[in-house]
Unconditional design. Structure first.
Lengths: 373, 252
């Protein structure tokens, strides 16, 4: 704005101080003017503002006057406006100052430690209940889908399969390759101490088939597809698309969640098998370079070490991990309420819950497949 | 010199669009300081796109936009930020930041661009909210208030720095008739008391006749502007058929 500066002149009057403001009071000089006026008002018993010389006054200028009035009220200094120009009158008439004069009530009350702890405990309990409920719901949904496979939206399954499976292949392969390399290096240094380098293939193959393969693929799935499922469904929730589905009589679970779960359930074992092969290739390359294990010896050892049960155990685990991760991520998406911030929060929650539930199921499976008692 | 002072925006031979797809071309007009300028036209003609070009969100395909005589299109980062301080925008859906309260939303531009003390900032933000009848809702989150209130809060935020130019993208969309009439009054009041230049994108005829001083009409078929005049004149002028049909609500 073409603001000229503000002239502040004061002269003592019978009650206190008469302050005359001339010129423009606005954004550019608001803070400085407020400071000057405050210091003038500090020692006066009362101030009377003469605004007849005001040529420009904007919202910030009004804010200055109101803040000054509030400060005067706090220090029991009298405050009055004795004269105002047309501009000032127009602007001051826009809003009743009383609305802004009273101190703002404090924002929300801050909760004490115990309140927070209690709240968090209840949230956790509700959350677990929700997960159990959702897992149950998904199981029924899957069961019904198995009974009537024609009702599944296969086209959506297909696109999701591409997104969770094919598109994840490069990253899964890269990670698994490096895991293969790392395991071989580790194997060489530990097994080498006992002169058992020849067992590196056993270590790598068994660890990958039974434990590491499913686990690592699950983590990638949770981070990639889990996050994307939650964000996708969450955004749909925010933009009322889920409500629109319901209004058309579609069950969002069947329409959105089921195809994702099926796609993840199919994609994950495939990713596991391919990933494990790539990991073995990584390990073979490492062994070729650093040990005297030859390729035929390596393969023979793998063949001897891994039996059918181990292989199936890995696949079964992978399948269940995938279903749970997809299900929980979709559930988090459904929980979104409000706006963008909520989508972010639940996407994070989706990844965390996905990984947590993977580890939890893994330990249950380990006990199941290898009963310790 | 006189005309230069009175012109706030000058659009020269502007072509706008997405990628290589031209939405509007050969746009030439000026916006005068202190006027209420309405951009209208049928759905999908590029009204909002043009508006977003005016406050520098999009880069045009060709042509130039001068803001107070300086090119907005060719301005550097800092120069542009300086220009943007003089502009306030109210987006169609409000675009309030969901994780901040209304007060924080309005205070944000002040925190970035002014030297205000926290007390003054708070007072000023509360004043801006009170202007639009939002006193008492300072600590509410955008998700906790109604659509009309969101619009008003968005307007408060657009007003945060008392800009010289205010842009409104479909202000009355989704508002009930009384709220929308109130908004029209507010627009007139802002214009009258602060001299704020107001540029509005809308196709609400009632609103156009109430507030607009000049109306720019964009023709979706001809891909350019076909009229620029006061709404009353456009309604009477039968020489331009599309415009006449629009202002007289003739069905297709």
């Amino acid at each position: 704005m073409a603001e000229s500066s503000l002239q502040i002149t004061s002269k003592p009057s019978s009650e206190g101080l008469e302050i005359k403001l001339e010129g423009a009071l606005g954004l550019k000089n608001a803070e400085a003017s407020l400071q000057e006026l405050t210091s003038l008002a500090k020692d006066a018993g009362a101030i009377a503002l003469d605004l007849s010389g005001i040529t420009y006054l904007d919202g910030q200028g009004i804010a200055v006057l109101i803040e000054l009035r509030a400060r005067c009220a706090a220090s029991k200094t009298g405050f009055s406006i004795i004269s105002q120009s047309e501009v000032a009158k127009k602007m001051l008439g826009l809003v009743a100052q009383e609305k802004i004069l009273s101190p703002l009530p404090p924002a929300r009350k801050k909760e004490s430690f115990f309140e927070q702890l209690g709240g968090a405990t209840i949230d956790l309990y509700e959350d677990l209940k929700e997960i159990v409920r959702f897992v149950g719901e998904c199981s029924i949904m899957i069961w019904q889908a198995l009974l009537h496979p024609s009702k599944i939206r296969w086209r959506s399954v297909w696109t999701n399969l591409e997104k969770t499976g094919v598109d994840a292949l490069p990253i899964v392969c890269m990670i698994q390759f490096m895991i293969g390399v790392i395991l071989s290096v580790l194997g060489k240094s530990v097994l080498g101490m006992y002169g058992a380098t020849a067992f590196i293939p056993d270590l790598v193959a068994i660890a990958l088939a039974q434990e590491l393969g499913p686990l690592i693929t699950a983590v990638v799935l949770a981070g990639r597809s889990g996050a994307s499922f939650a964000a996708e469904i969450g955004t749909m929730q925010v933009s009322e698309e889920i409500d629109a589905l319901r209004s058309m009589g579609f069950e969002p679970g069947h329409f959105l969640v089921l195809p994702k779960i099926i796609a993840a359930g199919i994609a994950m074992p495939c990713l596991l098998i391919i990933g494990n092969v790539v990991a073995i290739i990584g390990s073979i390359i490492m062994c070729e370079l650093t040990t005297d294990i030859t390729l035929p010896a390596y393969l023979k050892e793998v063949y001897r070490a891994v039996n059918f049960n181990m292989f199936t155990e890995g696949l079964v685990k992978a399948f269940f991990f995938a279903i749970l991760i997809a299900g929980v991520s979709c559930m988090r998406g459904m929980q979104v309420r409000g706006g963008a911030e909520s989508v972010g929060r639940y996407t994070t929650a989706a990844v965390v819950s996905g990984i947590f539930i993977t580890i939890l199921t893994d330990s249950l499976f380990t006990i199941l497949f290898h009963p310790p008692f | 010199m006189e005309t230069e002072n009175r012109t706030i925006f000058e659009v020269k031979d502007l072509s706008i669009g997405y990628g290589s797809r031209v939405v509007m071309e050969r746009l030439n007009f000026t916006v005068r300081k202190g006027e209420i300028f309405v951009i209208c036209g049928g759905s999908g003609c590029g009204k909002s796109t043009l508006l977003k070009h005016l406050f520098g969100l999009y880069t045009p395909i060709s042509g130039d936009i001068l803001f107070k005589g300086k090119s907005l299109v060719n301005a550097g980062e800092e120069e542009k930020a300086e220009m943007l301080k003089d502009m306030g925008v109210m987006f169609q859906g409000g675009a309030l930041f969901g994780s901040d309260t209304l007060l924080e939303n309005v205070m944000l531009p002040m925190q970035e661009y002014t030297d205000f003390s926290p007390e003054l900032m708070e007072r000023s933000a509360r004043y801006k909210l009170a202007l639009f009848n939002l006193s008492g809702f300072e600590h509410f989150l955008p998700s906790e208030i109604s659509g009309g209130m969101k619009k008003r809060a968005a307007l408060s935020r657009a007003m945060a720095l008392d800009p010289e130019v205010l842009f409104f993208d479909e202000p009355s969309a989704g508002l009930d008739p009384r709220s929308s009439a109130t908004l029209d009054d507010t627009i007139l009041q802002l214009n009258a008391s602060l001299g704020t230049t107001i540029i509005i994108v809308t196709h609400e005829l009632d609103s156009i006749f109430k507030v607009a001083q000049r109306v720019l009409f964009l023709d979706v078929d001809k891909k350019t502007m076909t009229a620029l005049d006061s709404p009353e004149k456009l309604r009477e002028d039968k020489s331009n058929e599309t415009v006449w049909n629009f202002f007289n609500r003739t069905p297709f």
